[in-house]
Design a protein around this ligand. Structure first.
Ligand code: GLU
Length: 487
């Protein structure tokens, strides 16, 4: 039975790379009919950021990634917050001390600082704990304990030899033990460090595959030696390629959004994001790019995960999201877009029937153009307010032309007389005016569009007018009559 876990530390709102890791774990579990576990690694109290666990859960649920065991769900392995499992780690750390595989270290922060300074003064490129407490005799240890000195527990790394493992993505990888510090497993306040808690839980929770970011490869000599010291069989490991920005630097704020919740707020669709993230380092074996969740789950394999860093292109994501937006039914699109219009103050929080019906006609007009849902605000604002921005250059260009006064007068007169203000009738009347003026179509259509929307591009003019309705159209054309006089 495959059991994988996503093990975030609540040290901030999750990065898109973290959620990619969660997604790969989830898809792998579903592909194999296994379990996906969420475990909150909250043992670093200095880096704890309140609210980050909520953002982690929000991000996963928004994507449709449900965990089988973990916070709010439970499971047979005890609490899934490491801060609630301290006694387990403490017991194991002390057991290793008794077995001579770990030791108590009484060095103070000042001792460690002096040690580092001395090593630097000797020209060392990197500094390391010099293992002085590893050499303490049992009597010396007892004396220090009796004096009430605080201590940490350090792992006694083998001083020679190598340790290796077969990475499911990177292949066989080996490390020289002597290069790794006697790292701290248990801090003086009784909290474990990441290394101890992480491997203890992976073992106790019967994790079969550890799928996580490449940045953890450097922890492998510690983890593998810990497994060996504890006599436990390590799980299989797969380290996912880093996400880079287009400049091939680590993906960061400089490249645009990186916090996952920012993507949610911007108006990406869960299905598009799911599809896009799955392709951040994995491919289905052909050049297909638009894949449903079911297809991804069916096709996913770690063999098809690249061992090269992956370049995250925001414009590719925008394109893909546009594809998914265009696939929505009108009803779905409206449901997705209404909150953005409400948030922007273009629609009231409580929608009465006529306002809702109006919005239902407006929003689909821009379905083709939207890349993110938030675009609905700038694309449709003129439908919902009269003080929309006006393209002054377009006003100067059109409203100084000799046919405009007559055009406006004639359009207003004929639109007023229309019984039904539907797109066809409006178009018929407009074409009559074009013919009557003896001008080209564009010489009426463009200035009218500027009058009605303030801009030079937008949805089909006649449909737009039908949706705006007679009253708004007449009001805006009359206002444009003022532009003629002042131009
Ligand atoms: N708590 C670690 C993190 O925040 C987990 C790393 C791992 O998956 O082992 O990424």
């Amino acid at each position: 039975m495959v059991r994988v876990r996503y093990a975030p530390s609540p040290t901030g709102s999750p990065h898109v790379g973290n959620i990619r890791t969660a997604l790969f774990n989830y898809v792998f579990a579903r592909h194999h009919g296994g379990k996906f576990i969420l475990r909150i690694e909250d043992t670093d109290r200095n880096r704890y950021v309140p609210g980050s666990e909520d953002d982690i859960k929000w991000s996963l649920r928004w994507l449709g990634i449900e965990w089988d065991e973990g916070p709010d769900v439970g499971g047979p392995y005890g609490p899934y917050h490491q801060s609630q499992r301290l006694a387990i780690y403490q017991e194991i750390a002390h057991r290793l001390v008794e077995e001579g595989k770990a030791y108590k270290c009484f060095c103070t922060p000042e001792d460690l600082e002096r040690m580092r300074e001395a090593q630097k003064a000797m020209g060392a490129a990197t500094t390391m704990y010099d293992r002085r407490c590893r050499r303490l005799t049992p009597e010396e240890v007892r004396a220090r304990e009796a004096a009430g000195l605080p201590y940490v527990i350090r792992f006694a790394m083998p001083l020679e030899g190598t340790i290796g493992y077969e990475d499911l993505i990177h292949g066989y990888t080996e490390f020289r033990n002597a290069l790794t510090d006697d790292f701290v497993m248990l801090k003086s306040d009784g909290y474990p460090t990441y290394h101890l808690a992480n491997i203890v839980d992976d073992h106790l929770m019967e994790i079969t595959h550890v799928i996580r970011g490449d940045e953890w490869i450097s922890s492998m000599p510690r983890h593998l030696n810990l497994y060996k010291a504890l006599g436990w069989e390590p799980p299989k490991f797969a380290h996912l390629p880093l996400l880079l920005g287009p400049d091939r630097q680590k993906l960061s704020k400089r490249h645009g959004h990186v916090q996952f919740v920012e993507f949610i707020k911007e108006g990406y669709l869960p299905d598009a994001m799911f599809n896009f993230l799955a392709l951040c380092g994995w491919n289905p074996g052909d050049d297909r790019e638009i894949l449903s969740r079911e297809e991804i789950i069916e096709l996913f394999s770690l063999e098809r995960v690249s061992d090269n860093p992956f370049v995250f292109h925001h414009d590719k994501l925008l394109w893909m999201n546009g594809v998914y937006i265009r696939r929505l039914s009108k009803e779905q699109l409206v449901e997705y877009c209404l909150p953005y219009l409400q948030e922007a103050g273009l629609l009231p929080k409580e929608l009465d029937e006529p306002t809702r019906a109006y919005a239902e006609r407006v929003i689909p007009l821009e379905q083709e153009k939207m890349k993110v849902l938030k675009d609905v605000v700038s694309l449709t604002d003129f439908f919902f307010r009269d003080d929309y921005p006006i393209d002054e250059a377009a006003v100067r260009k059109w409203y100084t032309q000799p046919h405009i006064p007559q055009m406006l007068e004639e359009l207003i007169r004929r639109y007023e007389a229309l019984e039904s203000f539907d797109a066809e009738s409006v178009e018929r009347v407009t074409r009559e005016v074009i013919a009557w003026l003896g001008v080209k179509g564009g010489e009426v259509i463009h200035p009218v569009r500027v009058a009605l929307s303030g801009r030079t591009t937008g949805p089909s003019l006649f449909e737009m007018m039908a949706v705006l309705g007679k009253e708004r159209v007449l009001k805006r054309l009359r206002r444009a009559q003022g532009w003629v006089r002042s131009s």
